[in-house]
Design a protein around this ligand. Structure first.
Ligand code: ZN
Length: 288
């Protein structure tokens, strides 16, 4: 595997190892457990972080392979592993089609996102950018969560009144109690997106180890729409193990992405959106 000289493997930052979480398409809870064992065995955090790639790939081999389409696709995830039964039996699954909503939280979201050196990986399911720089999201309730990573979906996943978007981004946050909050940006095809244009040249091919590009500063705030109004619902991870208890915040204002940018993403990973799931009586709340 070739590495560009200016790329370096992630590692050396103990914080980076403590902030990894299972994601829509990311390292599983089991991988996390393996990492914790490494710590318990007395490995220095820097060494454990350096082993992360080995650990993650080793665990990936032990997990059933899954895809979005075909025999290992979304309709069959529940059959691939006992612990993934919730992918079919769960009643609070994501994504959804947001058709109706009730007036909800009045206090706006408060973003305290900060720039960080780019940490990026392509796991074959998506391209993911990781953060360990204390970027915060505060909910109307006052609860504060820390940004862990964002990643891409094509098409977008959640729909608005039946409209499917060609691209979505999930910004995953974690609270001090371990609660996950996924903030969704949806994109229509249109103008070139400047933030994505700046990131595309640095997106790695599938299978490369996570890279940290110290000279590339990425500001997560640059991706957000001007209008911060949002929908809110209780959902799940959108890939195995489909764990529920994830709060979803879907920004109402779609952004734009160009046809060429969508084509560039399709060259890096296949279509990776789970179909929308039944509401099972859930209410969607709507901010002003
Ligand atoms: Zn996702």
């Amino acid at each position: 595997m070739k590495h560009h000289p200016r790329h370096s493997r992630a590692g050396g930052n103990p914080q980076s190892a403590t902030t990894w979480i299972p994601a829509c398409a990311g390292m599983t809870g089991k991988g996390w457990a393996v990492l914790r064992v490494l710590f318990l065995k007395g490995l220095r955090p820097t060494l454990a972080a350096g082993l992360m790639g080995v650990t993650a790939s080793g665990v990936a081999a032990a997990e059933p392979r899954w895809t979005y389409r075909g025999e290992l696709g979304a309709a069959h995830w529940a059959d691939l592993k006992r612990e993934w039964a919730v992918c079919r039996q769960g009643r609070r699954q994501s994504p959804i089609d947001i058709v109706a909503s009730q007036p909800g939280p009045a206090a706006p979201l408060q973003f305290s996102y900060r720039p960080a050196p780019l940490r990026i990986v392509n796991d074959g399911h998506t391209v993911r950018v990781r953060f360990a720089n204390g970027s915060k999201l505060q909910l109307g309730s006052g609860e504060v969560l820390t940004l862990q990573q964002f990643h891409f979906h094509t098409p977008g996943g959640d729909k608005l009144r039946g409209e499917e978007f060609p691209m979505g981004m999930h910004f995953l946050h974690k609270g001090s109690s371990g609660r996950l909050v996924s903030l969704v940006l949806l994109f229509r095809q249109g103008a070139e997106n400047p933030a994505l244009q700046a990131l595309l040249p640095h997106m790695p091919a599938a299978g490369m180890a996570e890279q940290t590009l110290a000279q590339v500063q990425l500001n997560p705030a640059q991706w957000l729409p001007a209008n911060k109004a949002y929908y809110r619902y209780e959902g799940s991870l959108t890939a195995p193990p489909c764990t529920e208890g994830v709060l979803w915040l879907v920004m109402k204002q779609p952004l734009e992405v160009s046809a060429a940018q969508l084509a560039a993403l399709h060259r890096l990973f296949p279509d990776n959106a789970r179909p929308t799931q039944a509401l099972h009586g859930r209410e969607v709340l709507e901010s002003p």
